[in-house]
Ligand binder design. Structure first.
Ligand code: 13P
Ligand code: SF4
Length: 329
């Protein structure tokens, strides 16, 4: 059983810890590993999951890596530890497999910001519209889209879009405007945002940069422009791992959800990771990602529930833009 590393953050103790005792967590982890074999299941976990879930997962990564893993697995059951749209994506890519998730209510503010009926009405107002949807959206929105992207491939997907179309980017206006800056390609942006990343402000990030003048800052593209402009690197959570491994600095400021620090600490045990603060807090967590616990993971493997279930026609229409993304990237 891999051990959870101590996070070398100056205030690592403010980062959420499970209320369970270490003994109980160890016991649950052993049971999860046993059940996983029994069910021929694979556990996929996003980089923002609590440390004890990351430690029992077969694969931990960003949305792009998780989609690739979901597309290629030969397990009978996919246990998706992330948020609901991620588990839906795994189901769309594997309609005949059972896809379960620890908490069905683990949503996403970006997904909420873009209901399918509103998107359809807006698309109808744009002539020759080509819709690029960030993967943080519902299956119904994916079904209305031409291609999907993640933060790890958004610039590539936008560059590959047809030149004679009017591009609509949904639902994250911050990721969309970052991609426009990178590519110089104009797009109409849906006005959605990640409630976690927009909490980082120019003032809070400037202060932490002053406190650690030698430390580079790596930030997620869901951050607002005023924060992205302060960053040395803007990238997906998986690319943050590569950036931190390759950067010579021992201290690095991380401008994303604080679950990322566990993954980074495992990959780079000698480095010190400083979570970027908000105006109100020394780090920042996604309440949806944190709805998953080891207890719920155990229960969902034991009961094979809650299960993702989507209408066949929605899955069929949503699969094409996801597969287009996987081909392009
Ligand atoms: P990544 O694909 O970069 O991990 O981002 C997913 C996400 O939800 C960020 O908030
Ligand atoms: Fe959605 Fe933001 Fe949470 Fe990611 S961090 S799942 S974008 S609310």
């Amino acid at each position: 059983m891999p051990t959870t590393p101590t996070i070398n953050a100056p205030w690592g103790s403010v980062i959420a810890r499970s209320p369970e005792s270490p003994e109980r967590l160890d016991e649950l982890s052993q049971e999860i590993l046993r059940l996983k074999k029994e069910r021929n299941a694979v556990i996929l976990a996003h980089n923002y999951q609590v440390p004890e879930i990351q430690d029992v997962a077969d694969y931990v990564g960003d949305s792009l890596g998780l989609s690739r893993q979901a597309a290629s697995t030969d397990a009978d059951v996919i246990v998706f530890c992330g948020v609901h749209f991620m588990a839906e994506t795994a189901k769309i890519l594997n309609p005949s497999k059972k896809v379960v998730l620890p908490d069905r209510d683990a949503g996403c503010s970006l997904e909420e910001s873009c209901p399918a009926d509103k998107l359809k009405a807006f698309q109808d107002t744009i002539e020759n519209c080509y819709t690029i949807a960030y993967i943080n959206c519902s299956a119904a929105v994916k079904a209305l889209s031409d291609v999907i992207c993640t933060s790890g491939n958004a610039d590539k997907i936008v560059r590959a879009a047809p030149k004679d179309k009017n591009l609509l980017f949904v639902p994250d206006e911050n990721l969309g405007s970052w991609v426009m800056e990178q590519t110089g390609i104009p797009m109409t942006l849906w006005k959605g945002s990640c409630y976690v990343h927009i909490e980082f402000t120019h003032a809070s990030v400037t202060q932490i940069r002053k406190d650690y003048p030698e430390a580079p800052l790596v930030a997620h593209p869901e951050c607002v422009k005023a924060v992205r402009m302060l960053a040395d690197e803007v990238c997906s959570t998986e690319k943050m791992v590569t950036y931190c491994k390759n950067h010579p600095s021992r201290e690095i400021i991380i401008g994303t959800e604080a679950g990322m620090l566990h993954r980074l600490q495992k990959e780079c045990p000698d480095k010190v990771f400083i979570p970027a603060p908000t105006d109100n807090c020394k780090c920042n967590e996604c309440k949806f990602m944190k709805m998953n616990t080891l207890e719920k993971l155990y229960d969902c493997l034991e009961d094979l529930s809650p299960e993702v279930d989507l209408p066949d026609d929605v899955m069929d229409r949503a699969r094409t833009p996801i597969e287009r993304m996987l081909e392009i990237s």
